[in-house]
Ligand binder design. Structure first.
Ligand code: NAG
Ligand code: NAG
Length: 178
């Protein structure tokens, strides 16, 4: 009986891990303000974790452009060597690979005023049972798995800790008290 409960608990944990990976998130940059000088882009990006497969949607007026640049262009607000330049007002950017992406408004004054966005794209958490992928281009903050039950979540990221931990505690409670 107890064994059946443990098996059930483990199934719940597995489903959790797989479900998180399947979600690709579409982000509307700047929320209702959009890609605009009035949007507080640093606050918007704060606390978000981006994964390969997620999508950024930039919506902006004719006074703005969307330029993807390198780190130097991001630093000096120069779109001179832009990798991508759009002015259609509605640009979808798929995050197809791990690493850093830099976006600015081509109007340098707006960029200097805060219309600039840096995102670090992470590899998705490794699927259950798969060999753990090396976190590419993620210097530093992906080592926050310490203290997690290590069963299935090699490579899992901070954002999975909450729900997984809750599920785990429920599972343990079910085994112990029912
Ligand atoms: C700004 O950075 C770009 C690299 O994207 C470089 O080509 C350009 O010379 C820099 N401009 C200034 C004024 O430093
Ligand atoms: C923006 O483009 C997407 C497709 O890329 C479309 O589904 C969406 O309706 C467009 N939104 C606006 C406000 O034009």
């Amino acid at each position: 009986m107890a064994q059946a409960r443990v098996a059930l608990a483990l199934c719940v944990l597995l489903v959790h891990g797989v479900a998180r990976r399947a979600e690709a998130v579409s982000y509307n940059v700047g929320n209702s303000a959009g890609w605009d000088l009035s949007a507080d882009i640093p606050s918007w990006v704060d606390g978000k974790t981006f994964y390969v497969g997620d999508v950024l949607v930039f919506q902006y007026s004719k006074y703005n452009t969307l330029d993807e640049v390198d780190e130097a262009g991001f630093g000096n607000c120069s779109a001179a060597n832009a990798l991508l330049s759009r002015s259609d007002g509605n640009t979808t950017v798929p995050l197809t690979a791990p690493g850093d992406r830099y976006f600015i408004c081509g109007n340098q004054l707006y960029c200097l005023g805060g219309m600039k966005l840096h995102v670090l794209v992470n590899l998705p958490p490794a699927p259950a049972g798969a060999p753990q992928a090396n976190p590419v281009a993620a210097p530093g903050p992906s080592t926050d798995d310490a203290g997690m039950p290590g069963l299935f979540f090699g490579g899992s990221h901070q954002t999975t800790v909450g729900p997984v931990l809750v599920t785990w505690m429920f599972a343990v409670a079910a085994v112990l008290f029912v």
